[in-house]
Design a protein around this ligand. Structure first.
Ligand code: ADP
Ligand code: MG
Length: 259
């Protein structure tokens, strides 16, 4: 099957008054339809730059990017960017409103998502009345509302405390799996990468190049992050990634530290 997205030898540098900062070096990979891909790498290596190129916000300096026809993209960031002057419902329909696409079918879909993900009773509340995990779910629903074929997630859980983070990432992981979406998740957190993804790409320090690719498979299903963490495969994957990343870290930094 044709991949939904292919990157071929993508390189990118930032240019400013202080000179040139090479950020990406010859990045090549494909993403299959329905695949959940995680990308990990040291802080500042070029992960967000890579996602911005995929989202079309930056143009690659060299190399090419190929999208299967008509692929639409949803982008979710570290901070939920919910607007406090809008209710949760008004926030989650924002993308539809901006695209002038507020049809009954689409608003019904949003109400369904709010219901499925435990936010229906909160739809008329303001973001500040919700917990961090609920806000992050609302941000995901807003991203899903436009029915993107490809979801780009840039460290979406790193503002959450450890326990919330585990629950919310598991929730969001199953939402994405159940809807069959293709997703690219950037994360600092190795555990998150190997509990959620079908494949993990490890980037080198800046300028990022691909150091290592790890296909991830478990014999049990993924609904419980705790049971995944107790499997032998998880330990093996974790150790492999830890080793790959440790080679590239500056002193004092641990692989799952957030920005
Ligand atoms: P990551 O997301 O992996 O932490 P980024 O992709 O945000 O890293 O940044 C990669 C490198 O490019 C960093 O060294 C960063 O300081 C630099 N960088 C990011 N944005 C800009 C910019 N607009 N101008 C110059 N340098 C930038
Ligand atoms: Mg980043």
């Amino acid at each position: 099957m044709q991949p939904i997205l292919s990157l071929d030898n993508i390189s990118y540098s930032y240019h400013n008054l202080n000179g040139e900062t090479p950020a990406l070096s010859r990045i090549t990979f494909d993403v299959r339809e329905g695949e959940f891909l995680a990308i990990v790498g040291p802080s500042g290596c070029g992960k967000s730059t890579l996602l911005s190129i995929i989202a079309g916000l930056l143009k690659p300096e060299s190399g090419s990017l190929f999208f299967r026809a008509c692929s639409s993209i949803g982008y979710m960031l570290q901070h939920d960017h919910l607007f406090e002057w809008r209710t949760i419902y008004q926030n989650v329909i924002l993308g539809l409103e901006l695209n002038k696409n507020l049809t009954k079918e689409n608003t019904d879909y949003v109400l369904q998502l709010l219901n499925d993900y435990g936010l229906y009773a909160f739809k008329d509340k303001k973001p500040s009345e919700l917990s961090g995990g609920m806000r992050q779910r609302a941000a995901l629903i807003r991203t899903m509302a436009i029915k993107p074929e490809l979801l780009l997630l840039d460290e979406p859980f790193s503002a959450l405390d450890f326990q919330t983070r585990m629950t919310v990432s598991a929730d969001i992981g199953s939402i994405i799996r159940n809807t069959g979406k293709t997703a690219i998740l950037i994360t600092h957190d190795l555990s998150e990468a190997i509990t959620l993804a079908d494949r993990v790409i490890v980037l080198s320090k800046r300028p990022a190049s691909i150091k290592y690719e790890l296909p991830v498979h478990y014999d049990i299903d993924r609904t419980s992050p705790l049971s995944i963490r107790n499997t032998a495969e998880y330990q093996t994957y974790f150790n492999l990634l830890w080793k790959e990343l440790s080679d590239d870290l500056s002193y004092g930094e641990t692989p799952n530290r957030t920005n």
